[in-house]
Design a protein around this ligand. Structure first.
Ligand SMILES: *Cc1c(COP(=O)(O)O)cnc(C)c1O
Length: 238
């Protein structure tokens, strides 16, 4: 058995064990395999082991790997999870159906413009900055709510506001990690009260080091890279 397949099976078992342990419904937490800095060959191993949803940080990298893979595996689902520049939006939505790193209104305007031209629907997650290690995300909850408001006015018919994303700080302090997830949950509850017409049902939180905590707190999607594909080699030019 390949290492990727083995790791993937192990993570899926761990997710389901945690889901069961906290009395949640089986299958209620989705696994996004974060394949940034990993090769097409490694991704293909994961695909062959049954994985369909992948997360990438950088648009160019996502595009070069997945435009190829999608020819062979048309039902792959690509999520952009890293900070997105306005000039990369068009390419991002050519390859990805989900953008999880919405951190300003300007991005929503740009996504709507290109999605309308391509006659495509794009799912978005609003990212909240809750840990000092993340480079993206709304620093202010008020600004994040304004961005949701922007999508509630019928101005963005090609954007589907799916939910929220955050990255907890890299620390062994479980309470700090919990606090980060709880801030996101609190904000999501508030947003759902104010905008009941929007779906906003997803909570993308939890990574290799902290996904069991995230599941306990209510995550609906964990984004796991290292525990599936191994350490990333940042020196490799990708
Ligand atoms: C890289 C990354 C992940 C995956 O991190 P691992 O620790 O390798 O599991 C998840 N979410 C975001 C936003 C990332 O940038």
């Amino acid at each position: 058995m390949s290492e990727v397949r083995e790791n993937l099976n192990k993570i899926k078992e761990e997710i389901e064990a945690e889901v069961k342990a906290c009395g949640r419904k089986a299958g209620s937490v989705k696994l996004l395999a974060v394949s940034k800095f990993h090769s097409e060959e490694e991704i293909e191993e994961a695909i062959k082991a049954g994985q369909k949803a992948f997360g990438e940080n950088r648009v160019q990298e996502a595009y070069s790997k997945f435009s190829n893979l999608k020819k062979t595996y048309p039902d792959l689902e690509v999520h952009i999870i890293g900070q997105l520049q306005r000039n990369k939006v068009k390419k991002a939505i050519e390859i990805a159906s989900v953008i999880e790193s919405i951190d300003r209104i300007e991005l929503l305007e740009e996504i709507e413009k290109h999605a309308a031209a391509m006659q495509k629907e794009v799912q978005v997650y609003f990212e909240l900055l809750t840990g000092e290690d993340s480079k993206s995300g709304f620093a202010s909850e008020e600004e994040l709510l304004k961005a949701i408001d922007f999508c509630s006015k019928g101005k963005t018919p090609h954007i589907i506001p799916k939910g929220f994303m955050t990255m907890a700080p890299f620390t062994d302090d479980k309470e700090k990690i919990q606090a980060s997830f709880r801030r996101l949950i609190k904000l999501s509850k508030k947003a759902k009260e104010v905008y009941p017409e929007l779906e906003l049902s997803e909570l993308s939180m939890g990574m290799s080091g902290d996904f069991p905590i995230a599941i306990k707190e209510g995550s609906t999607q964990v984004r796991v890279g290292t525990a599936i594909f191994g350490e990333r080699n940042y020196n490799k030019d990708k």
